[in-house]
Design a protein around this ligand. Structure first.
Ligand code: CP3
Length: 431
């Protein structure tokens, strides 16, 4: 049996300094009632001991009309970051502040391509790793240290909230997640619970350990699923090709559809609040399957509730990264959620996607993860191409367009980090 108090790095991971039990009950207080960046129910639970330059006085733009305001001059005021030096490179880029170089991290940086992760997986199931804060923190820290990246995403899974709502699932080898009794009727949705997000506090405990390890050295990313992507798992019961059940419910039972999305938002807001209270700098919302929707369906059935969630998370005092795959046509509508950063997949050149957004938010991406199987020379060309397209504008975070897949050579991922570091944009420094 591995000794869980020992990290791969040979360090002893400290015990959580935040007492999380009972936190859930307090998190139901609405965030609008208190100062941004301060925990709504318990100001003593302010995410991390803030450095003067790091105080996140962050209020989200809440335009009364759906056309997004360009985020620009007031960013310093919103973030409270010192214009020149404050905050991690990653956090500064999320807020479109000048950085010394482009920050880089990878979707699914702790995964099956990495031998250290597989060594843990031999002894533990995926859900065991997620549910034991020491293990989840070790896996998160090891990947970020090994790759030398600018941000660590907490090791967890998108579907963890499902059992708290009454839907059990398991990971079946080779098939991904399988929900035992998928939702099919309004009664199924009626029965779902939204008052048990407190059971997810193990994720916040893992974040606390990661924050204790890295302090302010790199950004710490918490994450949640989007209402649409989680709803599609709950209705389809797993991955899907055509989303027939999901779209049928959406079109034919709109009241039930909205009830489902609203219940999800209650749970997701509280889950995000726990992660922020534990020290997450940023929350990423994964809308991995949004690309299955037409622009009209996205606008009618998904955008309004997603905008609500984005605002509620921003009101916790952190920026939001909103990520989807195959979203070229949806980008302007996704921007209307008010997210601070949009994740881009690789199908659209970064400059085209950013221009489509009028450069009104930060962007994250967008190397095709399969490029990592190519020779280093080609990988370097593609990395440079993306950085050249970003053109040294503030607000670019280098990443892949989707997660690293099993079999990817770890050295190639490390090389990407070096390629990003050595790049100097034509015409001078970033920002
Ligand atoms: O560094 C990291 O990014 C790891 C943390 C992480 C996991 N899942 C662990 C995991 C994150 C951010 C996720 C998010 C997640 N989970 C998403 C959104 C991201 C995306 O890929 O679009 C989705 C759709 C899920 C649901 C899920 N979990 C699927 C579809 C699968 C199977 C996919 C596969 O690769 O087989 C999982 C399993 C899973 N979650 C793995 C990991 C590392 C791989 C399986 C394992 O270790 O056994």
């Amino acid at each position: 049996m591995p000794d869980e108090s020992r990290g791969f790095l040979g360090t002893t991971l400290p015990k959580s300094k935040i007492e999380l039990s009972g936190l859930a009950a307090t998190l139901l207080v609405r965030p609008e009632t208190c100062a941004p960046g301060v925990h709504p129910a318990n100001p003593a639970l302010r995410p991390r001991d803030p450095q003067p330059s790091e105080m996140l006085i962050f209020t989200s733009p809440m335009p009364s009309n759906p056309t997004p305001e360009p985020i620009s001059a007031d960013l310093g005021a919103r973030s409270g970051l010192d214009a020149v030096n404050g905050g991690s490179r990653f956090l500064r880029a999320c807020l479109r502040k000048p950085v010394d170089r482009t920050p880089v991290w990878f979707l699914r940086q702790a995964g099956r391509y990495m031998p250290e992760y597989m060594a843990v997986r031999r002894h533990h199931t995926l859900l065991e790793i997620c549910k034991r804060p020491q293990l989840a923190a070790e896996v998160t820290i090891t990947a970020a240290e090994k790759l030398d990246v600018d941000a660590a995403i907490i090791f967890a899974d998108l579907l963890l909230p499902l059992p708290t709502m009454g839907l059990d699932f398991e990971f079946q080898a080779g098939e991904g997640p399988v929900v035992h009794k998928p939702l099919r009727t309004p009664e199924d949705i009626q029965r779902l619970r939204s008052d048990r997000a407190g059971e997810l506090s193990y994720v916040a405990e893992a974040i606390d350990l990661v924050v204790t390890h890295f302090k302010d050295r790199i950004g710490i990313i918490g994450f949640i699923g989007s209402p649409f992507t989680l709803a599609s798992y709950m209705i389809e019961g797993g991955g899907s090709r055509n989303y027939v059940h999901t779209k049928t419910l959406m079109y034919r039972q709109p009241a039930a559809w909205h009830m489902l999305l609203e219940k999800l938002v209650v749970v997701l807001r509280e889950y995000a609040a726990q992660q922020v209270a534990a020290g997450a700098d940023v929350i990423q919302i994964f809308d991995s399957w949004a690309g299955a929707l037409s622009v009209a369906d996205y606008r009618d059935f998904v955008l309004p509730i997603t905008r609500t969630l984005v605002r509620e998370v921003q009101a916790l005092g952190v920026p939001v990264i909103y990520f989807g795959v195959d979203t070229a046509s949806l980008l302007p509508a996704m921007r209307e959620t008010g997210a601070d950063v949009l994740g881009l997949d690789w199908r659209t050149p970064l400059n085209e996607a950013w221009r489509k957004l009028d450069y009104s938010c930060a962007v994250q991406g967008n190397l095709d993860p399969i490029t990592l199987f190519a020779d280093p020379e080609l990988i370097r060309d593609r990395v440079r191409q993306i950085l050249t397209e970003a053109g040294g504008r503030p607000g670019h975070i280098f990443n892949l367009g989707h997660g690293i897949v099993p079999g990817t050579p770890v050295e190639h991922v490390q090389q990407v980090v070096r390629f990003v570091r050595e790049f100097v944009p034509a015409g001078g420094t970033l920002g």
